[in-house]
Design a protein around this ligand. Structure first.
Ligand SMILES: *[C@@H]1O[C@H](CO)[C@@H](O)[C@H](O)[C@H]1NC(C)=O
Ligand SMILES: *[C@@H]1O[C@H](CO)[C@@H](O)[C@H](O)[C@H]1NC(C)=O
Length: 488
């Protein structure tokens, strides 16, 4: 009897803790990069300056290692190697971005670069030949400088300019591209761009960041609507990619409301207008910003309202939800005076502080904590709060300082996150696929070449930017082959 009990118990534990480690056949594995971070060739042929080119040529010292991406990984020249790497790992999708100033040097469709067109056309064809779906980001932060001079994302006309650019993309590549991401991380574009964390590196977190938020949403919506003409023929899917940390209250009662508001500022600002049943700004956030605007003496809310027509224009402009997930933080209510600032956008605005969990591992950056369950909770949150049926994880990755190939912490991070993704799927959240940030080491914005995210190491000393698989790249290859995360 005793023996029998032990056997039964161990079988029970294997089944219950365990879980089915195998991903459904439709689930897609991918990895991502972005144009400015890998291409180099910043002034080749008729390519014009982007806001990042301009920023880092004029203020190189704001990058940790004073570097820039003039050359980066030379992917403009060695893109076939990138496709080969994607193929080596067996990726089903590769997410990359198109450089707006490379394709449209004036920013407008009056001049379509034939060299830019053939570069991206070749990359797309190269991927398709290997059976890899291109997932194409239209805007990953490299705005043509000429458009910045017209006010960039604070000018409402940018919505039309962006839709014109999108129409060019559908016309040139829509026959082959089935997954489009209009805009990557509006939060970083607007709050980063106007808090001196990202180009255009301006300092106005009162007005500009919210004008930008409004126009990013209108630009996305117009680009989405512009696809209607192509949809029947090409049958692609479109969304944008939102970044948000998973937030939990430090004190479950005291900090509950502050946590909700932080979520609305980070995610709801961009998610609610598109994915919710009612559309428009999230009501709690709208009310909160209107209230403080008033106390500050403004006659209108700093979060500029949408017209009823605009609410309808933006609502429902998605085929899936694109999620960039990195980490989880705890939220503590503070006052607007005592709240900390970067890297936690909005903490001053909301009067909240973001803190680390005492029992979770912090890695490389002082705010990057390991908490894989956060991803699963976040997936459920999206499903519960919105009308969304399908979610694609468009980025997930671990920054490391390692220059070598033994990135076992990253193996562990990916493994544990994949486990949570599969648990979420088995709990009824429809996650279409998972994308590692990033395929190869690249230029990581203001951290330069210090932080490495690559599944493949890049030797930036070598003329050919030699790329070599890390342990994480090898692990990911085994995962994709077996379609199970349980591969060590
Ligand atoms: C595990 O999940 C996969 C994908 O959904 C399925 O094909 C397989 O039959 C499952 N295996 C078990 C043992 O339930
Ligand atoms: C504030 O706005 C209201 C209507 O929106 C207007 O009637 C009023 O004159 C404005 N006040 C100032 C000082 O501009």
């Amino acid at each position: 009897m005793k023996f029998h009990g032990v056997v039964v118990l161990s079988v029970f534990f294997r089944v219950s803790s365990g879980e089915n480690t195998t991903f459904p056949s439709w689930f897609m594995f991918g990895a991502a990069t972005a144009a400015y971070q890998i291409e180099g060739a910043w002034s080749t042929a008729d390519k014009s300056e982007s806001i990042w080119d301009r920023l880092l040529h004029t203020q190189p010292s704001l990058v940790m290692d004073h570097s820039n991406a003039d050359d980066a990984c030379f992917s403009y020249d060695f893109w076939t190697r990138d496709v080969e790497i994607a193929h080596e790992m067996g990726l089903q999708m590769y997410r990359f971005s198109i450089s707006w100033p490379r394709l449209l040097p004036t920013g407008f469709p009056n001049q379509i670069s034939s060299i830019g067109k053939s570069y991206y056309g070749n990359l797309i064809d190269g991927l398709l030949r290997k059976g890899i779906q291109p997932v194409v980001t239209m805007y990953h932060w490299d705005l043509p400088q000429s458009l910045q001079e017209l006010g960039g994302w604070t000018n409402p006309l940018i919505a039309t300019w962006f839709a014109d650019y999108a129409r060019v993309l559908y016309t040139l590549f829509g026959d082959r591209v089935k997954y489009w991401i209009t805009i990557n991380e509006p939060l970083t574009i607007c709050d980063g761009g106007y808090s001196k964390m990202a180009a255009p590196y301006l300092d106005d977190m009162k007005i500009s960041n919210y004008l930008c938020s409004r126009h990013v949403l209108l630009a996305h919506a117009k680009a989405f609507r512009a696809y209607e003409k192509f949809r029947k023929q090409y049958r692609g899917k479109i969304s944008m990619a939102n970044v948000f940390f998973w937030f939990e209250p430090l004190n479950p009662e005291k900090d509950k409301e502050a946590t909700k508001l932080a979520m609305q500022l980070w995610e709801g600002r961009f998610g609610h207008p598109i994915y919710s049943k009612t559309g428009g700004w999230p009501p709690e956030l709208e009310k909160y910003i209107a209230g403080i605007s008033k106390t500050e003496g403004y006659n209108q809310s700093r979060l500029p309202p949408f017209t009823p027509e605009e609410i309808q224009l933006i609502k429902g402009t998605y085929d899936f939800y694109g999620l960039n997930h990195y980490t989880t933080r705890l939220v503590r209510k503070a006052t607007r005076k005592t709240a900390g600032d970067w890297p936690f956008y909005g903490s001053k605005e909301l009067g909240v502080t973001f803190v680390n969990h005492p029992n979770r591992r912090t890695i490389v950056i002082d705010w990057f904590q390991i908490y894989p369950e956060g991803l699963r909770k976040q997936l459920h949150w999206i499903k519960d709060n919105y009308e969304v049926k399908d979610i694609m994880i468009t980025e997930n990755g671990l920054p490391m300082l390692r220059l070598d190939l033994a990135d076992y912490d990253r193996v562990d991070y990916i493994k544990k996150n994949l486990e949570q993704v599969l648990l979420a799927i088995n709990e009824g959240v429809h996650v279409m696929g998972y994308t590692v940030w990033s395929l190869i080491d690249s230029f990581e914005w203001i951290t330069g070449y210090k932080l490495k995210y690559g599944l493949y190491h890049v030797n930036f000393e070598s003329e050919y930017r030699l790329r070599t698989a890390r342990e994480s790249g090898k692990y990911y290859r085994r995962v994709i082959k077996s379609r199970s995360w349980d591969e060590s």
